[in-house]
Design a protein around this ligand. Structure first.
Ligand code: PEP
Ligand code: MN
Length: 362
């Protein structure tokens, strides 16, 4: 008995440290048969390291399936026994942490709707005190890195050593291609802030649909994510939650096979020499761009002084629209996306306005 337990603990550890770490399973545990069959079909692919299932489901509106509750925990225990796959569930309260641990759940995750609420995160963290279990923390539903980082800090202060991040995209008003906008730059910034911390991508909740899952997963791998959490179901169309985004275990296996797994580095000298040269060019261009932008700001300040002397407003919408229009047209010719050039011009314009503001009001 003692030695089986140790074996399982070491398999949890090796799953946790595996790269890429692949987590899959249904959005929600629905029935015992569904959990066991999903787990067995996932295990059969040989490509999955951890079994996920939502036991308590935070739903946006009442009247939807809110999870099977603690009754589903023994099913996960059984699934683990049959397949050897470590298990992971979402927890949002102290009681859920307790229940999950009672049924030997191996890894806990904090959901996006919990990460936004420091009271809830603190309650989960308090329940974790003195417990040795890895915890994954999803980004909050709103694009606020401080909240995400705050949740990591609360869990870390409770003494949890193994913490990872899950990027599942951010709510945005209006229909976009994605259910939750990926805003990759935020995940990249989080990686920069927390060097060495594992970050997993959840293309299921980003996409909300099957047809763009593969491309999104590939993008995450291209951006050097440490793994993927993808929802799978034995009968996706009839899933009790998130039916549109779930795929069968077999489809998942195909997807994982088709992904091009990239390395962060290769030990080849020619590769590095070529890379260094290109990087040097980029550094040089960045320097020049910065010089030019600084010159542009100095001119903006002169304009600010003129406007001040003539009592003219800083913002002149017609002029700004003209500049933006011209930039977008030019960008197209230069193969720069409209989205990029608009954001770039907005940033430059804002800085310019701030500088003029200073001149005018000093
Ligand atoms: C889930 O993983 O099923 C889930 C509820 O995700 P999120 O917290 O990202 O919405
Ligand atoms: Mn889901």
């Amino acid at each position: 008995m003692e030695s089986t337990e140790t074996n399982h603990q070491s398999s949890v550890k090796s799953a946790w440290n595996k790269r890429p770490l692949i987590i899959s399973g249904p959005c929600s545990a629905e029935t015992e048969e569904q959990v066991l069959e999903t787990a067995q079909r996932l295990a059969k692919t040989g490509q999955v390291d951890m079994l996920r299932a939502g036991i308590w489901k935070p739903r946006t509106k009442p009247g939807m399936f809110e999870g099977i509750g603690a009754k589903g925990l023994p099913w996960l225990q059984q699934a683990k026994k049959l397949t050897g796959l470590p298990t992971t569930v979402e927890v949002a309260t102290g009681k859920q942490v307790e229940d999950a641990l009672t049924f030997d759940v191996d890894v806990l995750w904090i959901g996006a709707r919990t990460t936004v609420n420091p009271f809830s995160v603190q309650e989960v963290a308090d329940a974790l005190r003195g417990v040795d279990v890895p915890v994954l923390i999803k980004n909050p539903i709103n694009p606020d890195l401080e909240l995400w980082q705050g949740a990591v800090e609360r869990v870390a202060r409770a003494g949890i050593k193994e913490i990872g991040l899950i990027h599942r995209g951010f709510s945005s008003y209006g229909n976009t291609e994605f259910r939750n906008a990926p805003m990759w730059h935020l995940a990249i910034e989080m990686k920069r802030r927390m060097p060495g911390m594992k970050i997993i991508n959840d293309p299921s909740h980003i996409c909300g649909r099957r047809d763009i899952l593969q491309a999104t997963a590939q993008k995450a791998i291209d951006l050097d994510f440490d793994g993927l959490m993808i929802e799978s179901h034995i009968d996706p169309d009839n899933a009790w939650s998130d039916a549109k985004q779930q795929i069968t275990p077999e489809r998942l296996a195909e997807m994982l096979t088709d992904i091009i797994w990239r390395r962060e580095n290769v030990p080849s000298e020619t590769f590095h020499a070529a890379l260094d040269k290109l990087r040097e060019q980029i550094n040089h261009i960045d320097d020049e761009l910065m010089q030019l932008i600084s010159q542009r700001m100095n001119i903006a300040e002169k304009i600010g002084a003129y406007k001040k002397n003539n009592n003219v407003t800083i913002l002149q919408s017609t002029r700004w629209n003209e500049i933006l229009d011209k930039a977008v047209r030019k960008a197209e010719k230069l193969d720069l996306s409209e989205e990029f050039i608009t954001r770039y011009m907005d940033a430059v314009h804002m800085e310019s306005i701030n500088r003029q503001n200073k001149v005018m009001n000093d």
